[in-house]
Design a protein around this ligand. Structure first.
Ligand SMILES: Nc1nc2c(c(=O)[nH]1)N[C@H]1C(S)=C(S)[C@@H](COP(=O)(O)OP(=O)(O)OC[C@H]3O[C@@H](n4cnc5c(=O)[nH]c(N)nc54)[C@H](O)[C@@H]3O)O[C@H]1N2
Ligand SMILES: Nc1nc2c(c(=O)[nH]1)N[C@H]1C(S)=C(S)[C@@H](COP(=O)(O)OP(=O)(O)OC[C@H]3O[C@@H](n4cnc5c(=O)[nH]c(N)nc54)[C@H](O)[C@@H]3O)O[C@H]1N2
Ligand code: SF4
Ligand SMILES: [Mo]
Length: 879
């Protein structure tokens, strides 16, 4: 079994028992690289660790020590950089190489701490691990007893992504053994597209975010394309591992004759002369650009309303693949559903929404303006998106004449108040063009991350968190009784009004919805009262820091489900972060160099052994959870007295020999004998959605209720109706529509109220090369190399009389940050941009740390209830 196939299996735990071993027929053996050594002359030793930061690459790190201290970190240098060989090696970027600065940082946590002042005041006293375990156990027990397991939340944290321990690890198992907990859904990375995909391509297209299970093609497929259209897909900044995806992307463009058009308000390092065109679009307006492209394509196809056909290249194919392309097609579909309802023989899950289908609201007529008089021409779109009409025509023409257009997107584009809409439009585009499911094309999504899939890394995670996994050392744990899931972006709101949340009002999944009477919908029933965050800097990384702080400073009201205020906030990290400052108890975890661990990505397996002793009194989170389990009187927790080393070996043994294992992976004994890092042959994945779009007879078969691409979604028509979800008055059309439409939202390009209040600029807060989110922020070298400054166009800067390097105040209705300006033509006019993840540091009424979330808003998107961090308007003034 390929590791990617395993992912699919592990997602569906019901299928687990039927999986028997793996075939190793075609697999080339993994290659070991470099043994740990001791250099007797220099007196240096080295061992291997892994960069576990959430950048999806998990580069092996060679940790060089002398006299028990890390003296430097080196990348691994064996293997090759050629994707065609299949043995890609992940060479650490500047961040991983600066790990030493994190291990020995002044902010490094070395002792368990207990708050002494008010929450958030930042005053702590040192306590023992025993006291910490006992106080946490007491508080946890009392929250569960008085408010139930739904009141207990494990906070979001991605700081040690795919480690066997801090993420999705022993804490999940422990909480399940205690009767369950709230683990939110809809992660910050991709939750708008996670909603957009099932509505468009069907639920089976969605299993994991991050380009892994979104049906997209691999980045390796690009070499078969002749035209790449990227909506903010930015591999040279997002996938920095040398030899990995960014490198491969650059190689592909250099060695093939491909036209590359990059759409982003920022001119990123993905361009740097590789692009044929950079379209410096306004944030949140890609939907308008795409509608104008639809217009040009539909005009070129020509529509014969008599026969209800288009003269597209494949002979009316798009009209048979897309639900809702024309009035007639949608009318026929509605009639079919009505007949099903009448006869009672319902085969189509959309039948229940038949009455909400409005055939006149089809894509063709909407774009042509047949009933509205507003055609979505390039001339209509240009003043909205800022891309000249001539350019839009050129893109449409190129898309029409290319043999294999590869349309793709990043995720910043969907971190927007209309993120679901724009993603549904992007998914529809390649279908309309018949540029999907075949060589050199893509489904519009983030290309599969070729060098950095989590692969077998999921195995230990599954063991910890999936109680159905057989054979696990701890036996089986009961599944969580808490089925309801709150959207991640409502985490803090749920501390104040979780008790009244329903699926319809707040997107809480897994609860009963009474489809006609919202008053009868099941309520979540309690506020969140206990929060434990491991490897997350949530205060810094959630929207609107001041609002987050306000919620965290509410006094606890123990036992009162409907009253706000956390009983306890526990943070387990390696650094004294802005989030740890807001904890009641802070616990010092070990870093990636101080514990055993195991991560296997698609192309590398690293068995990490500690290269130094834990600093101070820090302890692997695993060992603390064993203590907590004992305090709580939980039996059957996973350890059976094993050390972390033995535990890790058990994981590897299961990953290789277990019922779901992959025998082509090296065993721990192979690691000990041959090397702590192995590279695996990366097999080029198949073309995205090839199966779904190449049915016998040229048909399309998706897992949507209609089996077609639901550009028009009957369920969304219901949600948008009066009987559906609550309307959001700050959106035109309530923010949800059956067709993907460019919608006006709050703080968008056209928000005249905000502009009148002086919030003249749109703000993009991107993922900078200098951090993985907030991780690595406190590395002084990185802060010098990657300047945290607000990008502003020379035209705008000139109007404000601002020069590069000058300190400016960037203010939104939520707060103000003070940062230097960087005057550059690399940003569209009217837009400013800053790297997200800088640590919030309040001085007076300003955040002098420059955290983007001092500016962002906590209002969720209408459908996914996700984080629209790029829907922010700001005012710029001299500091
Ligand atoms: N404004 C804005 N905000 C955003 C985004 C945005 O684009 N704009 N992006 C969002 C996205 S996509 C994401 S994924 C989130 C990420 O948000 P988080 O998941 O909070 O990620 P980090 O900020 O990197 O914080 C990770 C923490 O884990 C700690 N850590 C690292 N290793 C270990 C370990 O081994 N053990 C323990 N116990 N702790 C460890 C680090 O010190 C750090 O404090 O941010 C989101 N926030
Ligand atoms: N160096 C580095 N790499 C990372 C991370 C990191 O923090 N640092 N984080 C990792 C993680 S967890 C994630 S989720 C991914 C994040 O990956 P993404 O979410 O794709 O990254 P962003 O930088 O937020 O956005 C990508 C680009 O989209 C642009 N953009 C923003 N709004 C719009 C818009 O409305 N339209 C268009 N066309 N473009 C827009 C931004 O300017 C940016 O250049 O990256 C991963 N890789
Ligand atoms: S931050 Fe990403 S690319 Fe850089 S070393 Fe870590 S895993 Fe590799
Ligand atoms: Mo992310």
């Amino acid at each position: 079994m390929k590791r990617r196939d395993f992912l699919k299996v592990s997602a569906a735990s019901a299928a687990v028992a039927s999986v028997t071993g793996c075939s190793s027929d075609s697999a080339e053996p993994a290659k070991p690289i470099e043994q740990p050594i001791t250099d007797p002359i220099a007196g240096e030793s080295h061992a291997w660790a892994q960069c576990q930061s959430n950048c999806w690459a998990w580069c092996p790190l060679k940790v060089i020590t002398k006299d028990g201290k890390i003296i430097r970190i080196e990348p691994h240098t064996e293997g090759d950089d050629n994707f065609d060989s299949g043995f890609i090696h992940n060479k650490a970027c500047a961040k991983g190489l600066m790990l030493k600065e994190l291990v020995y940082s002044p902010e490094r946590l070395t002792k368990p701490l207990k708050r002494v002042g008010k929450r958030g005041e930042g005053k702590f006293e040192e306590i023992s691990w025993e006291q910490a375990a006992s106080e946490i156990a007491q508080s946890l027990r009392s929250t569960i007893d008085s408010c139930g397991n739904r009141a207990v939340m494990l906070g979001n944290g991605s700081g040690a992504a795919h480690s066997s321990y801090p993420i999705m690890g022993p804490h999940v198992r422990l909480m399940n053994l205690l009767g369950g907990f709230q683990k939110t859904y809809g992660y910050y990375s991709a939750c708008m597209k996670e909603q957009a995909i099932p509505y468009t391509f069907g639920p089976s297209t969605k299993n994991l975010a991050y380009g892994q299970g979104t049906g997209s093609s691999s980045v390796t497929e690009m070499k078969h394309s002749d035209y790449i259209l990227s909506f903010g897909y930015n591999p040279l900044e997002m996938f920095m591992t040398g030899g990995g995806e960014g490198h491969h992307f650059a190689q592909t463009l250099e060695s093939n004759d491909i036209k590359f058009v990059y759409v982003d308000p920022r001119y990123t390092d993905t361009c740097l002369g590789r692009e044929d065109d950079w379209l410096g679009i306004r944030p949140g307006t890609d939907g308008a650009l795409i509608e104008a492209i639809f217009h040009q394509v539909l005009v070129a196809y020509g529509y014969d309303s008599e026969t209800n056909t288009f003269a597209d290249k494949r002979g009316n194919w798009a009209n048979t693949a897309i639900l809702g392309l024309t009035n007639k097609s949608l009318e026929e579909y509605k009639t079919k559903l009505e007949l099903e309802l009448e006869s009672g023989e319902i085969t189509d899950g959309n039948a229940q929404y038949a009455e909400h289908i409005e055939p006149e609201d089809n894509l063709y007529d909407y774009i042509m303006g047949t009933f509205t008089g507003k055609a979505k021409t390039p001339e209509w779109a240009a003043p909205i998106c800022g891309v000249p009409a001539g350019k839009i025509r050129e893109v449409a023409q190129d898309l029409l004449s290319a043999d294999a257009p590869f349309i793709c997107s990043g995720q910043g584009i969907q971190r927007n108040a209309c993120g679901e809409q724009v993603m549904r439009a992007i998914y529809t585009l390649p279908v309309l063009l018949n540029a999907i499911g075949r060589r050199g094309t893509n489904n519009g999504d983030l290309p599969m991350v070729a060098a950095a899939g989590p692969g077998a890394a999921m195995i230990p995670m599954a063991f910890w968190s999936d109680p159905t996994v057989p054979g696990f050392i701890g036996g089986t744990a009961p599944a969580s009784v808490v089925k309801a899931k709150i959207p991640t972006y409502k985490t803090f709101e749920a501390m104040v009004r979780g008790h009244e949340m329903t699926e319809r009002s707040d997107g809480v999944l897994g609860m009963t919805v009474d489809s006609d009477t919202p008053e009868n919908d099941e309520k979540y029933g309690t506020n969140i009262k206990f929060l434990m965050t491991i490897a997350g800097n949530t205060v810094n990384q959630h929207g609107d820091i001041e609002e987050v702080k306000k919620v965290l400073s509410l006094e606890p009201t123990p036992g009162q489900k409907e009253e706000p205020g956390l009983d306890m906030h526990v943070v387990i990290d390696t650094q004294m972060t802005p989030t740890a400052q807001w904890a009641d108890i802070v616990l010092p975890d070990t870093t990636w160099t101080e514990r055993y661990d195991y991560i296997a990505s698609d192309n590398t397996t690293v068995y990490t052994v500690p290269s130094i002793e834990p600093i101070g009194d820090s302890k692997p989170v695993f060992e603390f959870l064993v203590m907590l389990a004992e305090e709580m009187g939980v039996t059957g927790f996973a350890t059976k007295g094993l050390t972390q080393e033995a535990m890790t070996k058990t994981f590897i043994d299961e990953a290789v020999n277990g019922p779901m294992g992959d025998p082509t992976l090296p065993h721990w004994s192979d690691h000990e004998e041959h090397g702590y890092v192995f590279t695996h042959k990366f097999e080029e994945p198949s073309i995205g959605m090839e199966k779904e779009f190449n049915q016998r007879g040229g048909g399309v078969k998706l897992s949507t209720p209609s089996t077609l691409v639901e550009a028009y979604s009957p369920r969304l028509a219901w949600i948008a109706s009066d009987k559906g979800w609550d309307k959001d008055e700050e959106y035109v059309d309530g923010g949800v529509t059956a067709l993907p439409k460019y919608l006006r939202t709050w703080e968008d390009f056209e928000d005249q109220d905000a502009i009148d209040e002086g919030f003249e600029f749109q703000l993009v807060n991107y993922h900078t090369k200098g951090r993985a989110h907030s991780t690595f922020h406190n590395c002084p070298t990185l802060r010098k190399v990657y300047e945290d400054a607000i990008w502003i166009n020379p035209y705008d800067a000139n109007n404000l009389g601002i020069i590069s390097g000058e300190m400016v105040d960037v203010a939104s209705p939520r707060g103000t940050i003070e940062v230097p300006a960087k005057v550059t033509t690399r940003i569209a006019m009217g837009v400013v941009a800053i790297g997200q993840g800088a640590w919030h540091k309040k001085l007076g009424n300003k955040d002098v740390g420059g955290c983007a979330n001092t500016l962002t808003r906590q209002k969720p998107t209408p459908l996914a209830k996700g984080n629209p961090m790029n829907s922010v308007r700001v005012r710029i003034t001299k500091a």
